[in-house]
Design a protein around this ligand. Structure first.
Ligand SMILES: Nc1ncnc2c1ncn2[C@@H]1O[C@H](COP(=O)(O)OP(=O)(O)OP(=O)(O)O)[C@@H](O)[C@H]1O
Length: 217
């Protein structure tokens, strides 16, 4: 079971977290914590390990050392996957399904209430009129918007957003900021990555800077 809420323990805490590939360190050891209503911005250049860190926190990759706690309890990868909502570089939509069908699928996976208005969810991310468009025909920015709509169907308090501003126009950047703000105001927490300074979260954030641990041969 995912641990239940408690105001005075961090929503997410990493201690001594390390990841290596073929014995080459990618990041770590990292120590950080994130409380409800807080955003943590993970900074670092290309290859610094930002995506890898988010994939570890989302339960998609196993850390080599250290532990991750949700609400104070050490959790395994299954719990991490269930306790977080991950928006990665690759949107992971079903290419042949329409945008609306993708949301229906995501809603079923998330066990979200059936009465949620998915057409409204599409409209909220600027995809009104694209209900019957297969995901494979979306642009990169539209794909990101569909990913943002899917994110909102999940009830996980921890959002892990990998380069959420990438591929978005100014209106899309403002949309990401509105969603982050609403999620934080609702008691959630957000960990997001960026290697650019072209957009930033709408709230004061703490930062975690990663540096590439490995040098090319
Ligand atoms: N699937 C993989 N197999 C092997 N090495 C990988 C793989 N994915 C990433 N790496 C390596 O791991 C390191 C960290 O990559 P990662 O994608 O986490 O960096 P990043 O900070 O997200 O970079 P970017 O800003 O370019 O997206 C890099 O050296 C990269 O070459």
């Amino acid at each position: 079971m995912i641990p239940s809420p408690s105001a005075d323990v961090p929503l997410l805490q990493a201690r001594g977290l390390c990841f290596a590939r073929n014995d080459e360190p990618v990041f770590g050891p990292l120590d950080f914590a994130l409380v409800q209503g807080e955003a943590l911005l993970v900074l670092g250049g290309n290859g610094a390990g930002k995506t890898t860190l988010l994939r570890v926190l989302a339960g998609l990759l196993a850390a080599d050392a250290g532990d991750v706690r949700l609400r104070g309890q050490v959790v395994d990868r299954d719990h991490l996957a269930r306790g977080s909502a991950y928006l990665g570089h690759l949107p992971g939509h079903k290419a042949e399904l329409t945008t609306l069908e993708n949301l229906e699928f995501a809603r079923a996976l998330a066990g979200a209430p059936g009465q949620l208005d998915l057409e409204q969810a599409l409209a909220d991310v600027g995809l009104a009129g694209y209900e019957d468009t297969p995901a494979r025909r979306l642009s990169a920015g539209q794909n990101k918007r569909l990913g943002l709509a899917r994110l909102r169907l999940q009830s996980a308090p921890l959002w892990l957003l990998d380069e959420p501003y990438a591929n978005l126009d100014l209106d899309g950047i403002a949309l990401v900021n509105r969603l982050i703000q609403a999620h934080l105001a609702g008691g959630g927490a957000v960990l997001l990555t960026t290697h650019g300074a072209y957009a930033a979260p709408p709230v004061p954030v703490r930062t975690l800077e990663l540096r590439a641990a490995r040098r090319p041969a």
